[in-house]
Design a protein around this ligand. Structure first.
Ligand code: AMP
Length: 212
């Protein structure tokens, strides 16, 4: 069960990827989460990635492929598969993933491409509240039970440095230029399923159970 969840920032793919991975019993692998943890821990990867991330720009492919190669080698991914969230994001990353999987005698089984208009995505990102534990909420669409506090672990919620209108515009432009071509890449390989994401969380989750 090797899945890729693809889509613009703020489309809700992280929320869906987490739930879907849990239901399927495979790890949820978000390169954004891995990088944020590396930045917090000030590792060499974190130091390379920080300035790109704060500006809403993509981290260089070679850094990402190194991170993903290490993650794929861990027993949970190597055994049952994975749900990749936010990776691959460029054609060289998609080709790099193919190479990594070929060495394991495997391939991506299904790529779920989430679509939503820009204004929906911007509204979702600018209202997003994040927690260090990886959980996310939204000021109006998915508020935490207690204001400012994570329902899951009780830590304080915060707004990510790149969840501002200016950074979101840069991230959306990067998505259209670098990531959108992956739709054609996976369509050609007959691996793509498109899902409209400007709907409720539960409705999308129900659709995912039918198609994937
Ligand atoms: P995300 O949490 O997926 O929105 O990622 C947050 C930021 O991490 C992005 O804006 C990029 O700077 C960086 N990032 C995460 N995944 C990738 C990737 N696959 N390729 C390049 N940069 C990435």
């Amino acid at each position: 069960m090797r899945y890729v969840f693809l889509g613009p920032p703020g489309v809700g793919k992280g929320t869906q990827a987490k739930g879907f991975a849990q239901r399927r019993g495979v790890p949820h692998v978000s390169t954004g989460d891995i990088l944020r943890e590396a930045v917090r821990a000030k590792t060499p990867v974190g130091q390379k990635a920080k300035a790109f991330m704060d500006a809403g720009k993509l981290v260089p492919d070679e850094v990402i492929l190194e991170v993903v190669g290490e993650r794929l080698a861990k027993p949970d991914c190597a055994g049952k598969g994975f749900v990749f969230d936010g990776f691959p994001r460029t054609l060289p990353q998609a080709e790099g993933l193919e190479k990594l999987l070929t060495t394991l005698g495997a391939q991506v089984d299904n790529v779920i491409a989430f679509t939503a208009p820009d204004d929906v995505v911007i509204e979702r990102i600018c209202g997003r509240l994040s927690c260090k534990c990886g959980e996310t909420f939204h000021k109006t669409n998915r508020p935490p039970k207690k204001s400012g506090t994570c329902d899951h672990c009780g830590q304080a919620l915060f707004q990510r440095a790149d969840d501002t209108v200016d950074a979101v515009k840069v991230r959306l432009a990067a998505y259209k230029k670098e990531t959108a071509p992956l739709v054609a890449f996976y369509k050609k390989r007959k691996r793509l399923t498109e899902v409209r994401a400007d709907r409720g969380i539960e409705e999308i989750a129900r659709d995912l159970e039918k198609i994937a």
